[in-house]
Design a protein around this ligand. Structure first.
Ligand SMILES: *Cc1c(COP(=O)(O)O)cnc(C)c1O
Length: 473
């Protein structure tokens, strides 16, 4: 595909260097004399160019997107409309008096998130899940510093998302990894063996990244609290439990949520996200500032928080993301519980349908996602999980998350979300059965997939070793 510069055809666009423009008000040294070198195309040519670009991309509006742990649910378009309402287009430096509507929205979003998490206080400031994790770990660090306890270690199960150890380490902790047991859950004996007075916290994901609910979570909470330690809940995968249970009931002290997963705000491509962090009462005074409060008459930003870790993002966070999440929550109401129900049902349906064709390392009822492995295909037919993932693209499905969690070889982590109906799930099952058969009958075809996408099989080694990042004619 040509770049827009190559497509320049002399059709007149707007000429920004047009001498007829009155630029007298600008100092002459700042006025450009020559051509700016922008492409010159008519509006239709520009529209075709960007449409062609977007057609080369995959999105949920185009097909099934079961990217495990990423919760690629459908993001209702009305949320975009609401986030672009003129009243929300307000400068964050406005006085509280002039920003009552926006502050009210944030306050009410906080209340809703406190309700689903069971926590006592919350900040909306962090702009991603990992950012939320780091905020939570900084709160835990400051808490122990303030009460005068020297605790340097954070325990993390081997199934955890890679951001967990990164966040804990960046907040100044040492990481202690513990193995999962044969049910894919935290091994209590392994946990007890690493406990000591220097352990600050455990970071857990529940349901964990295998999509399995940690059945012993209450016991783990008891063990940790008796040790004087805290429990951090990675709530990026909250989609499985809304309205059924919450981290407070499970015994957690700090939790982050990914609004750009569970609460239907768009994500991917590094776009804006939001990772609010909820805490129990005793950690309330450590939240980042400003904290958004309501005194019965007025909503306001409170900068006077006793032990605050400081600000982790400018102003109040990614406001437009917050508007979209709040719109989604209002639209769903009690149906949030139904969303979790259907997310779990869809995942279990797919798991049961696929387990005959692919190995299922942990054959347990799953929550919002499950992990299968392509080990059989790899050993019997020489077709790796990466090849299978590429072949799915020929069937108009986005590949699942692959080679994660690290504890399962040739892992494929599948999360259908609640957005999909049975027909779509059945089509995916058909596709996966076809691929499993073709692994046996036409393994060579698998090795060169995808065959129908705009960009075919990529030479990943060369791309990594000799990246060609510069465009040249
Ligand atoms: C997505 C995810 C994260 C990180 O969230 P980002 O917004 O990408 O930083 C952390 N933990 C789990 C389990 C996740 O699925």
């Amino acid at each position: 595909m040509k770049t827009i510069f190559e497509k320049t055809n002399g059709n007149d666009g707007i000429n920004l260097t047009d001498k007829k423009l009155n630029l007298d008000f600008l100092p002459s040294e700042f006025v450009r004399n020559g051509e700016i070198g922008l492409p010159q195309l008519g509006e239709l040519d520009v529209m075709r160019h960007y449409k062609e670009l977007s057609d080369r991309n995959f999105c949920i509006e185009k097909g099934f997107y079961p990217l495990g742990s990423c919760t690629m649910k459908y993001n209702p378009k009305v949320n975009e409309l609401l986030a672009s309402l003129e009243g929300f287009n307000i400068h964050p430096s406005f006085d509280d008096d002039m920003a009552q509507g926006s502050l009210e929205l944030m306050y009410k979003l906080q209340q809703a998130l406190l309700e689903v998490t069971g926590m006592d206080a919350i900040t909306l400031q962090p702009s991603a899940g990992a950012h939320g994790e780091m905020t939570g770990m900084m709160i835990i660090k400051k808490y122990f510093d303030t009460i005068g306890e020297k605790r340097t270690k954070v325990i993390i199960p081997d199934s955890a998302h890679g951001t967990n150890p990164a966040s804990a380490k960046m907040s100044g902790f040492d990481i202690v990894e513990i193995k999962s047991n044969d049910k894919g859950q935290v091994d209590i004996e392994a946990l007890k063996s690493v406990l000591g007075p220097d352990v600050a916290a455990i970071m857990m994901t529940n349901p964990n990244t295998l999509g399995i609910f940690e059945e012993q979570v209450e016991e783990i909470s008891k063990i940790m609290h008796e040790n004087g330690s805290l429990l951090y809940y990675d709530g990026a995968n909250f989609n499985a439990i809304m309205g059924y249970t919450n981290p407070k009931l499970m015994g957690f002290d700090v939790v982050h949520l990914n609004l750009h997963k569970t609460f239907a705000t768009p994500h991917g491509g590094g776009g804006p996200g939001a990772g609010p962090v909820g805490v129990v009462e005793k950690l309330k005074d450590f939240l980042p500032t400003p904290v958004i409060e309501f005194d019965g008459k007025k909503y306001y930003r409170n900068y006077d928080v006793k032990h605050s870790i400081g600000s982790v993002k400018d102003f109040c966070g990614n406001f437009s993301v917050l508007v979209k999440a709040y719109a989604y929550i209002l639209m769903m109401g009690k149906n949030l519980k139904k969303a979790s129900e259907n997310a779990v049902l869809n995942a279990n349906y797919l798991k049961e349908k696929l387990k005959k064709y692919y190995d299922l390392p942990y054959d347990e009822p799953c929550m919002h996602e499950f992990v299968i492995t392509g080990e059989r295909q790899k050993h019997e037919n020489g077709v790796s999980t990466l090849n299978i993932a590429k072949a799915m693209m020929d069937g108009n499905a986005h590949p699942p998350t692959v080679y994660f969690p690290l504890i399962v070889h040739e892992a494929m982590m599948i999360e259908p979300t609640e957005s999909e109906n049975k027909e779509v799930l059945d089509e995916f099952v058909e596709l996966m059965i076809k691929i499993a058969n073709e692994c046996k009958t036409e393994p060579e075809k698998m090795l060169t997939a995808p065959h129908t996408t705009p960009v075919k099989k990529i030479d990943e080694v060369t791309a990594a070793r000799h990246p060609d990042l510069k465009y040249t004619d």
